[in-house]
Structures are given as structure tokens and as C-alpha cells.
Design a protein around this ligand. Structure first.
Ligand SMILES: Cc1cc2nc3c(=O)[nH]c(=O)nc-3n(C[C@H](O)[C@H](O)[C@H](O)COP(=O)(O)OP(=O)(O)OC[C@H]3O[C@@H](n4cnc5c(N)ncnc54)[C@H](O)[C@@H]3O)c2cc1C
Ligand SMILES: *[C@@H]1O[C@H](CO)[C@@H](O)[C@H](O)[C@H]1NC(C)=O
Ligand SMILES: *[C@@H]1O[C@H](CO)[C@@H](O)[C@H](O)[C@H]1NC(C)=O
Ligand SMILES: *[C@@H]1O[C@H](CO)[C@@H](O)[C@H](O)[C@H]1NC(C)=O
Ligand SMILES: *[C@@H]1O[C@H](CO)[C@@H](O)[C@H](O)[C@H]1NC(C)=O
Length: 389
């Protein structure tokens, strides 16, 4: 999965704020999402500075296509889905400020802040919270749609931890969205929250960090271990009973020429909030599958994303052309998984240029605290899923 932008735009990006001609939409975009010519287009720089600039905080940067920073400010993880017709990016200074931690029970996280910054800032202050897993994604984007991450087994989804959203509506008014203010919107924005308005900041519950290190164990298995691996993954996650500290395992069926030039390998990494001893006891079923290679170790929480390829600049964050789809599951059908591997392998052999980037990706999160939340309380619809693939 993923990519990176590095730490590009540290702020909200206003798409199509002004645009002249109506850029041709991607053919896959349904008509009702096409740009409509109801915003002013081709507005001169001086006018933008006068009208918009005067409303923004000191230090805010307005970036136009002719500016040196344009490529950086508009870089996309997936270059296949770049928005067209973008004419202006606004990087508000105040929205990229570091979070504050009022009173030690919650943190105020700015609308444009990246997960990596949230994790590092909280950890340094002695706290953790639920976020998405990948450092180069914003905090708010995933938190509006649920937000799967390594702390969800212990503390629930990122959206379950949000206690207030500061929102600017389309009419320019600002509202607070929480259980007492616009509570219907709060229900919707905890799981189906994109595009009701712009979230300028979110207040999220935080937790005192109780452990100093996370244990990781990465395995590479040959493809003939597929059946035993998926049977054990099914047992591991059965009925959502994965230990809550076993944050997540990410897996890839992938062609890795370092191991095998013709056949895929199974590359899996597990991350556990606690000691090596406790983790390895739980990982015994996987330790018993003979591996081509293994690595394990213990790192402070902010480093676990890098171990799992999801830190800024890492493989999960690279910007390039991507096409993909995903599915939520309760258990793996082992017969189907074999068919998927066979099809993947045959497709990679027929189109060798895909083999370097092609992957079947698996995510198995701990779900205890996610399932402890009554599904009627939020709009998040997938509490029953145990796996993502
Ligand atoms: C590399 C990568 C890794 C990922 N890893 C995870 C993961 O570990 N866990 C997980 O749950 N999901 C993950 N996802 C999926 C992710 O949750 C969604 O793609 C999410 O919408 C991305 O948020 P973003 O901040 O990048 O927002 P964008 O892609 O910029 O925006 C996504 C949507 O949210 C809206 N939006 C963004 N910010 C705001 C705001 N402040 N106010 C109002 N609306 C806003 C945008 O208008 C848009 O509709 C990942 C995605 C990628 C690309
Ligand atoms: C892009 O801009 C951000 C914010 O100004 C900066 O931190 C980052 O280094 C830039 N990246 C590149 C590749 O220029
Ligand atoms: C590659 O994988 C195939 C099938 O799993 C196996 O028969 C072959 O020995 C492997 N090659 C190497 C170099 O390990
Ligand atoms: C598992 O997948 C196989 C092959 O696609 C299918 O025939 C079978 O019915 C599936 N089993 C279940 C329990 O869904
Ligand atoms: C993978 O594809 C290669 C090349 O077509 C083939 O030799 C090999 O047998 C295939 N392996 C599997 C497990 O399908």
C-alpha cells in the first residue's frame, strides 16, 4: 500500500478554489462529481492576495502553479487519482502548528497534521492515541472514516477517540461538533465524516504511555506455506479474540527477487505492544512455520511504522501510479487465497513490469476495543470485519 508525500503540504489544501477552464475529469469520475463553473476562475495573483490573503493568518502561504513549491504542494501518493484543474494551494500556518495537550486527557490535533507528527509529539510528552498506521497520511482523513491503527485493539478506532471536531461549513460558519453540539453530525462524522465541512482541528482522547517498547517479528515464507499460514491467521483472529496488544500484522504476497525470481513469497510482519517474551508466546504458531528469513526486535512506538515500511520516505509512502481495491473479511477462505496467489503469480509473469510493484496486501488488526463500541453510536459500518485485504 502506500506512499508518501514526504511531509509535504502541512496544511489544508483547498482544491479547485479558483480555476479557469474546466479541466477534463477522469473518465471514471461520475458526472455529478465533475467541476461545475460556479466558482470564479483565472483570478489574478494580486486579487487573490488582496481578497484571500487578508483573511489568512501570518505565515500562511498561497501557492500557484508558477511557484517553485507547486510540485511539492500538490504531490500525490497515487498519481493515478490526481485531481485535475487545481489552481491554488493554501498552506495555513496555524493549521500546521504542533498539537497541544490540554490537561493530559486529550490532544488538539490540527486539520492538516500528519500521523507521524502526532505519534512523535504525543510519545515525547508521554502519551499515545489511536491513529491510522501510516506516518505520511493525515490524522483527520482516516479519523473521519474510522481510522485503523496499531492502538485500535486497546483504544478503538481513531474516530472512536474523537471528542470534538472544529468544523467550517460551506457557508463559512464555524461550529463545534461533539456529543452535545450538532450531535447528529457527530454521529455521522465518526465513520462517514468526509466532506460535511472542513475540519480545522480535532480533539482526541489520549492515553498515558504504559510500555516503552513494541516488539516486531517479520517473516518471509515460501509460497508453499500459504495454506498453513492462512489457517493459522484464521485461528489467530477467530471471533475477534486477537490479544489487544497484538496491534496489527501486515502481510504481502509479493515477488521478491532476493528470495525467488519466479515464485511469490509471503512476507508478514507483526507488531506487539509489549515485551518480546509475551509477543513470542502468542506468535508460536507462526514461529513453527519454517521461514526463509526472519527479523525481530524491540523499538519505541514511534519507530514501529518504519519497521513496517510506513514511515516518511519508506516504501509505503512512495508517490507513484497505483491501482488497487480492498475488501473487509471475517475469515480467510484458504482455497480462495491459493487461487489469488496463482492468479497474481500468472499475472506478474505475463506483465513483468507490474512485478516490481504488484502486491496482494493483508491487514489483520486487533479488534477488541473496536467491537466494544456499540455500532449504533457512530456511522462507522465495518465493526464486524476482522481482516482487510
Ligand atoms: C498511504 C496510505 C496509507 C493508509 N493507511 C491507512 C491506515 O493505516 N489506516 C486507515 O484507517 N486508513 C489508511 N489509509 C486510508 C486513509 O484513511 C484514507 O485514504 C484517508 O481518507 C486519507 O486521508 P488524508 O488525510 O490523506 O486525506 P485526503 O486524501 O486528502 O482526503 C480524503 C478525504 O477526506 C477529506 N478530508 C481530509 N482532511 C479533511 C479535513 N481536515 N476536513 C474535512 N475533510 C477532510 C477530503 O476532502 C477527502 O474527501 C491509508 C491511505 C494511504 C494513501
Ligand atoms: C515540501 O515542503 C515541505 C513543507 O514546506 C518541506 O518540509 C519538504 O521538505 C518539501 N519537500 C520537498 C521534496 O521539497
Ligand atoms: C522458488 O519457488 C519455487 C516454488 O515455491 C521453488 O520450487 C524454487 O525452489 C524456489 N527457488 C528458489 C531459488 O528458492
Ligand atoms: C471458498 O472458496 C472456494 C473457491 O473460490 C469456494 O468454492 C468455496 O465455496 C468457498 N468456501 C466458503 C466457505 O465460502
Ligand atoms: C509462478 O509463475 C511461474 C512463471 O509462470 C511458474 O513457473 C510457477 O510455477 C508459478 N508458481 C505458482 C506457485 O503458481
Amino acid at each position: 500500500m502506500n506512499t508518501l508525500f514526504g511531509r509535504i503540504a502541512c496544511g489544508l489544501v483547498f482544491l479547485q478554489f479558483v480555476g479557469t477552464s474546466i479541466a477534463l475529469p477522469h473518465p471514471a469520475v461520475p458526472e455529478y462529481f465533475h467541476n461545475a463553473p460556479f466558482t470564479r476562475r483565472d483570478v489574478p495573483v494580486a486579487q487573490i492576495q488582496r481578497e484571500l490573503g487578508s483573511l489568512l493568518s501570518k505565515g500562511t502561504v498561497i501557492i500557484r502553479p508558477s511557484d517553485a513549491g507547486w510540485a511539492n504542494a500538490t504531490e500525490r501518493w497515487n498519481t493515478a487519482t490526481e485531481p485535475r484543474g487545481l489552481e491554488l494551494v493554501v498552506r495555513p500556518a496555524q493549521e500546521s502548528d504542533v498539537s497541544t495537550i490540554p490537561g493530559g486527557k486529550s490532544a488538539l490535533i490540527q486539520g492538516g497534521q500528519y500521523i507521524g507528527d502526532v505519534v512523535r509529539t504525543l510519545w515525547a510528552a508521554g502519551y499515545v492515541t489511536s491513529t491510522g498506521s501510516n506516518n505520511c497520511v493525515g490524522f483527520v482523513g482516516p479519523a473521519l472514516g474510522g481510522g485503523h491503527g496499531r492502538y485500535q485493539g486497546l483504544h478503538g478506532l481513531a474516530s472512536d477517540n474523537v471528542i470534538n471536531l472544529n468544523v467550517v461549513l460551506a457557508d463559512g460558519s464555524t461550529i463545534k461538533v461533539n456529543k452535545d453540539s450538532h450531535s447528529d453530525l457527530f454521529w455521522a462524522m465518526q465513520g462517514a465524516g468526509h466532506n460535511f465541512g472542513i475540519v480545522t482541528s480535532a480533539e482526541s482522547k489520549i492515553y498515558r504511555r504504559k510500555i516503552d517498547t513494541w516488539h516486531y517479528h517479520n517473516y518471509v515464507w515460501s509460497q508453499d506455506k500459504l495454506e498453513v499460514l492462512f489457517e493459522r491467521l484464521n485461528a489467530f483472529h477467530k471471533d475477534g479474540k486477537t490479544p489487544p496488544e497484538m496491534g496489527v500484522e501486515f502481510g504481502s504476497v509479493i515477488i521478491n527477487p532476493a528470495f525467488n525470481t519466479t515464485d511469490p513469497v509471503l512476507s508478514w510482519n507483526f507488531a506487539y505492544a509489549g515485551s518480546a517474551k509475551d509477543a513470542e508466546k502468542i506468535l508460536k504458531p507462526f514461529n513453527d512455520i519454517p521461514a526463509l528469513s526472519q527479523q525481530k526486535g524491540d523499538v519505541p512506538y514511534p519507530e514501529i511504522a518504519g519497521i513496517q515500511g510506513m514511515a516518511e520516505g519508506g516504501p509505503g509512502c512512495l508517490s507513484n501510479l497505483k491501482a488497487g481495491t480492498s475488501v473487509g473479511l471475517r475469515s480467510y477462505n484458504v482455497t480462495s487465497q491459493r487461487q489469488i496467489l496463482t492468479l497474481f503469480n500468472a499475472t506478474m509473469a505475463s506483465y513483468p513490469s507490474l512485478a516490481a510493484g504488484g502486491v496482494v496486501f493483508y491487514e489483520g488488526y486487533s479488534t477488541k476495543a473496536v467491537q466494544a463500541v456499540d455500532p449504533v453510536l457512530t456511522a462507522y459500518p465495518h465493526r464486524d470485519d476482522l481482516h482487510l485485504a
